[in-house]
Design a protein around this ligand. Structure first.
Ligand SMILES: [Zn+2]
Length: 283
């Protein structure tokens, strides 16, 4: 082998070795797949003050925090963005910020699923509260799908409560699909559908995903925080509009009955305890 060829092949090996880990893990899909990302915990909330429950009435008082990547044959949708920004991590130490703790940054989990943020087609959030937006700016290169009422509140002169505007400021200039209190069939085949469920915030939404093996699933955002809210009808003390929340909940409960879909309450520890986490997935 000539020295020139040898150098060329060495360069090729180096090139392959430095190719992003992301792409090598990616597999084509035939039906929607859900990757679950572990974004940490929220501990020490007062359930009486914020949710009207005695501790003894709840199976678990603390919240888990998640975000999800939906992989569809026609593209990808990132749903929610975590409670602690990746930039807060220093080395491998867990990060604590107020009542929130996280042990894993988000983007390495996304990479384990096979994607960089730049490769994510769509980005949507259940709502603007700071425990769902931490890494939103990382997805400003995707097409952001948002309800008009939510977007208006996010960029209003006076920020709403439980909001961290710096975490999503880059979305202001993102390519955006604005919805007006309406549902949206993301990939056009009815398998991944954003559903308008205002009340918790002005433009709260949930995400319906039809998987082949596990069946239909609704990622509930904060339509509920505790499963016990479903039986009691209690709403949090900090709803944007509690009457609207009840109408939205009622709509989704009817939808669940009609479709047989599972409800994944995003903060519910029991729901997520047995779900596979990225790079494993639900299909
Ligand atoms: Zn939340």
């Amino acid at each position: 082998m000539s020295i020139r060829l040898l150098l060329a092949s060495v360069a090729m090996v180096a090139l392959c070795a430095s190719a992003p880990l992301a792409k090598s893990n990616r597999q084509p899909v035939k039906a929607p797949r859900i990757y679950v990302f572990d974004d940490g915990m929220l501990s020490g909330l007062d359930p009486k003050q914020y949710f009207g429950f005695e501790r003894s009435e709840l199976k678990a008082v603390d919240f888990t925090a998640q975000s999800y990547l939906i992989v569809h044959p026609k593209g990808t949708l990132m749903w929610d963005a975590g409670v602690i920004a990746d930039s807060q991590f220093k080395g491998s130490e867990p990060v604590k910020d107020g009542i929130s703790t996280a042990t894993k940054p988000l983007l390495p989990q996304l990479a384990a699923a096979g994607y960089t943020p730049a490769e994510v087609t769509y980005f949507a959030m259940s709502h603007y509260h700071s425990d769902h937006t931490a890494n939103a700016n990382a997805f400003a290169g995707s097409t952001w799908i948002v309800q008009k009422a939510e977007r208006d509140a996010m960029f209003a002169a006076t920020p709403a409560a439980i909001m961290a505007p710096a975490t999503f400021s880059a979305l202001k200039d993102a390519r955006t699909k604005v919805l007006d209190n309406e549902d949206y069939d993301v990939f056009g085949d009815g398998s991944v559908v954003l559903m308008s469920t205002p009340g918790h915030t002005p433009g709260h939404q949930v995400l319906f995903v039809k998987t082949a093996k596990r069946g239909p699933i609704v990622l509930a955002g904060d339509l509920y925080h505790y499963p016990e809210e479903r039986a009691t009808g209690k709403t949090p003390s900090f709803e944007f509009n509690a009457a609207q929340s009840k109408i939205s909940r009622n709509r989704i409960e009817i939808f669940l009955k009609q479709t047989g879909a599972q409800l994944w309450i995003e903060h519910d520890i029991a729901t997520h305890a047995n779900l596979p986490k990225a790079p494993k997935y639900v299909e």
